[in-house]
Design a binder for this molecule. Structure first.
Ligand SMILES: [Fe+2]
Length: 194
């Protein structure tokens, strides 16, 4: 389920706002200039579905968004637990750690979740907004926004990624350890006390 939890950036123990209502999530994010939309999730995919099948199913909204945002290319990022792969725990840890520290990009980070979920933490206007994106959610993190992404200890998601230029998507790490002070994706997914 999608959710938002808002904290003061210097006080991870104080929850300022929280919601699981997509319209309210979109409204809270709009206030800080971030685009969030809950698309009609007309298709459901198994983690092993070919990327071509996913892209074909959402062809129309993808093409519209690419035109609007000037994104020349898309792909599908995916991670799913594989009980038959002994290396899965190490792979999951490595994938998770890659974007777990605060960073920025030179262009918007645009993601549409077709399966599973992950949490984007956006540091904006003196706050940290933790946005749990689930199936059907589109989030566009504006270029230059300090953020991090937590896929949790058991990564399980497929997301369409929209790209401008390959260089624009390189992560520039801020060196600030802020991410470690906030509740992680597992805690937010568990719910209480959030
Ligand atoms: Fe990022």
């Amino acid at each position: 389920m999608s959710s938002i939890h808002v904290f003061p950036e210097n006080d991870p123990d104080t929850l300022v706002r929280a919601s699981r209502d997509p319209a309210e999530i979109a409204a809270i994010l709009r206030e800080v200039g971030v685009r969030f939309e809950a698309w009609e999730a007309s298709f459901s995919f198994t983690p092993s579905a070919p990327a071509e099948e996913i892209l074909a199913a959402y062809r129309e909204p993808i093409e519209k968004l690419c035109r609007e945002g000037g994104y020349p290319s898309v792909d599908v990022a995916r991670l799913a637990p594989d009980p038959n792969d002994p290396a899965w725990p190490a792979k999951a840890r490595a994938a998770r750690e890659k974007f777990l520290e605060e960073h920025t990009h030179g262009e918007d980070e645009v993601r549409f979740f077709v399966h599973g979920a992950g949490v984007f933490y956006l540091r904006l206007a003196g706050q940290v907004l933790a946005v749990r994106c689930a199936r059907g959610d589109l989030l566009s993190v504006p270029a230059g926004t300090r953020h991090w992404f937590d896929m949790g200890t058991q990564p399980d998601f497929s997301a369409i990624r929209f790209f401008g230029t390959p260089e624009g998507w390189v992560a520039s790490f801020t060196g600030d350890a802020i991410a470690r002070r906030f509740p992680d994706a597992d805690a937010l997914t568990r719910g209480a006390p959030w």
